[in-house]
Design a protein around this ligand. Structure first.
Ligand SMILES: [Mn+2]
Length: 425
C-alpha cells in the first residue's frame, strides 16, 4: 500500500498581489498530484489549508482545484486547516462543497454533547475505511486543539493501518498559536500508525510516527528557507517514506541589503548587477540610509526593477539609527558639535527643538544651579506629558487604521456581527 501526504497548498493565494504567485501555488499543487499519481499511490492525503482564503472564493481558484482533482482516480482525503474554515463556527466550507461534488472526502467529527466519530457516509464523517486502511480526520481547532484531542484520540478504534490526519503544529518545531506537545500524540501509538499533519510550513518527522510535509510554496518570505515537499509513503511490514521535492521548484526569493553612504546611484546599480539572479524572482531589498532623502526612492526602485527584472520587488527603507551627520569645521566648538549631535538624535523622534533646553539643563546642573534646573525640568516634563498624549493618540489612530484595513465588508451580512462604533478622531 502506498499513499501521498501533502498539506498547505494554499490555493488562491495572490501573494504580494501577484497573479503569477497565485499560479505558482496552483502549479505546485498540480505537479504534486501528478507526481503522486505517477507513483501509483492508493490514496492522497491533504492535511489542511488546501485553499488560502476561507470565504472569498474566486472562479480561478476553484478551477485550479477541481481541474486537478477531477483527474485523480484514487480517494483524496482532506481536513480543513485554519485557512479553510472558521473553527468556532459550523458552516458549509469550500471543502464541504468539494466533498459534496465527490472530489474528495472531508473528514471531521460531529459534536453532539461531546465528540462523535462517525464513519464517512458520502456526505460527512470523521473516519473512512479504504481497504486495509482506516483514516481519521480532524480539522483545525486553534487554541482548543489540546482539549479537542483529549476527547477525540481516546475514541479512535484501530482497524488495520490507522492514520490520523489533522492540521496543527507541534511545539518542538515551531511555537506558534495552537501548537501542542507531541507527547499527547505519542500516548496513542497503540491506536495510530501514522499521524499526517499540516500547518507548519516546514518538513519534520518524529519517530517515524508524526509526519509534517511542509508547504509546496513559500507563503511568507522567511519560509523560502524551509524544507518543503510531500511524503510518498510505502506501508508493508513497516513504514518507508521519501520526502519528495523534485516535482516542483518553488519560486526563488532573493534577499538583498544595500546601504546608501552617498547619493551615488551608479554604485547601487553595480551592486545590483553583481547580485542579480535569473529574473522573475521575489526580491526583498533592504536599503539602509543615514540621511533621509539622500536618494530619490522612486528612482531607486525603478533601477532595481530594470536590473533585476523581478516578479515582485519589495523595498524596505531602513534608517541607520546610530550615525550622526554633523558638519564639523575647524572652527566648530565642542558645544556646537554637542548641540548638532543632540539635535539629530532628538530629530528622530521629532523633538529637535528641545536641544537648546537639554543643553541648558546640562549647564545648570554642571554649575550646581539646582533650583533653576528643577524649573527647567518641570517645563520639559510638561512638554513630555503633552508628547506622550499625542503619541498615545497616534498609536490609537494607527490601530484603528489597521482594523479597518482587515475589515471584511462581507461580515456586514453576518447576523452575528453588529455594526461597530467608530472612535472619534
Ligand atoms: Mn498553512
Amino acid at each position: 500500500m502506498r499513499f501521498a501526504h501533502l498539506a498547505d497548498t494554499h490555493l488562491g493565494y495572490k501573494q504580494y498581489g501577484s497573479e503569477e504567485r497565485m499560479i505558482d501555488f496552483a502549479q505546485a499543487f498540480k505537479n504534486a498530484i501528478e507526481f503522486a499519481l505517477s507513483k501509483d499511490v492508493d490514496f492522497i492525503i491533504i492535511a489542511g489549508d488546501f485553499f488560502h482564503k476561507k470565504s472569498e472564493m474566486d472562479p480561478i481558484t476553484l478551477a485550479q482545484a477541481t481541474k486537478v482533482l477531477e483527474k485523480v482516480n484514487v480517494p483524496v482525503i482532506a481536513v480543513e486547516g485554519n485557512h479553510d474554515a472558521s473553527y468556532f463556527r459550523e458552516r458549509f466550507t469550500w471543502l464541504d462543497y468539494l466533498a459534496a461534488e465527490k472530489y474528495l472526502i472531508n473528514l471531521k467529527p460531529n459534536f453532539d454533547d461531546g465528540i462523535v466519530l462517525e464513519e464517512w457516509n458520502g456526505q460527512n464523517g470523521a473516519y473512512v475505511d479504504l481497504g486495509e486502511v482506516r483514516i481519521y480526520g480532524l480539522k483545525y481547532f486553534g487554541a482548543l486543539t489540546e482539549k479537542v484531542l483529549s476527547d477525540y484520540l481516546p475514541r479512535i478504534k484501530k482497524d488495520g493501518f490507522t492514520i490520523f490526519v489533522s492540521h496543527f503544529g507541534v511545539e518542538k518545531y515551531m511555537d506558534i498559536y495552537g501548537c501542542i506537545s507531541s507527547e499527547i500524540l505519542h500516548r496513542y501509538r497503540n491506536k495510530i500508525d501514522y499521524v499526517a499533519l499540516g500547518h507548519i510550513h516546514m518538513k519534520y518527522v518524529e519517530d517515524d510516527f508524526i509526519f509534517n510535509p511542509g508547504s509546496l510554496e513559500s507563503c511568507d518570505a522567511r519560509e523560502s528557507f524551509f524544507e518543503k515537499g510531500m511524503f510518498i509513503v510505502d506501508v508493508n511490514d513497516e513504514i518507508k517514506y521519501v520526502h519528495e521535492k523534485n516535482f516542483y521548484t518553488p519560486r526563488t526569493f532573493r534577499f538583498l541589503e544595500y546601504e546608501f553612504k552617498s547619493s551615488d546611484l551608479r554604485e547601487f546599480k553595480e551592486f545590483l548587477v553583481k547580485n542579480r539572479g535569473r529574473g522573475k524572482e521575489v526580491v526583498i531589498l533592504k536599503i539602509k540610509y543615514r540621511v533621509k532623502g539622500i536618494v530619490d526612492e522612486e528612482k531607486v526602485e525603478k533601477i532595481a526593477k530594470e536590473v533585476l527584472s523581478p516578479l515582485v520587488l519589495k523595498v524596505e527603507w531602513i534608517p541607520e539609527a546610530s550615525t550622526y551627520d554633523v558638519k564639523i569645521s575647524d572652527y566648530s566648538s565642542r558645544a556646537e558639535i554637542e548641540k548638532g549631535v543632540l539635535k539629530q538624535l532628538l530629530s528622530r523622534f521629532g523633538y529637535e527643538d528641545l536641544a537648546d533646553d537639554v543643553l541648558k539643563l546640562k549647564e545648570l546642573l554642571a554649575d550646581k544651579k539646582v533650583e533653576d534646573a528643577f524649573g527647567l525640568i518641570d517645563d520639559l516634563v510638561k512638554v513630555g506629558r503633552r508628547e506622550v498624549k499625542r503619541m498615545e493618540k497616534e498609536v490609537e489612530e494607527a490601530e484603528e487604521e489597521v482594523e479597518e484595513e482587515v475589515w471584511d465588508w462581507r461580515r456586514a451580512y453576518d447576523k452575528r456581527s453588529l455594526p461597530r462604533k467608530r472612535k472619534k478622531l
